[in-house]
Write a protein that binds this ligand. Sequence first.
Ligand code: 4NP
Length: 163
Amino acid sequence: MRILFVCLGNICRSPMAEGLFRRELQRRGIDHLVEVDSAGTGSWHIGKPPDARAQRAIARRGVDISGLRGRQVKRPDLDAFDLILAMDAENLSDLMALADEEQMQRIRLFMEFAPERGEREVPDPYFGGEEGFEHVLDLLEAAAQGLADHVEEELRKAGRLQA
Ligand code: 4NP
């Protein structure tokens, strides 16, 4: 199973989502069954490490994303991944504009996996302060758990995981 997280810059939200989701998969012992990546719809930060504030905030929760590098989402990604998860409505519409009808079925908002939070989007923390990153991490952690539940269910259905 292959999952791609997408935001605008690929230096704040989607690398943090990738880091938290990887840890959730490791905790559940299913990280070897899932491929995870992240990308941005924009091109400004290609090859750049995650934003220093994002690295610090997620490090306080025990996750190291310093090795990640920004990349831009490209059309082949829409075939290469089973789920393409947008952080906000703008990311979603940018992805949909690249996609054909079949690919559109695999593009969703990440916060759909944490309906209990009552938030549809992960807000862009780039132009705000440190507290914005904490809020984003809270949302991402909740959605990462919901997504991991969904992935486990899919793996069970596919016979890759014991019931
Ligand atoms: P991200 O945050 O989409 O969560 O990575 C942003 C990073 C950079 C910019 C905007 C959002 N920017 O305008 O450069």
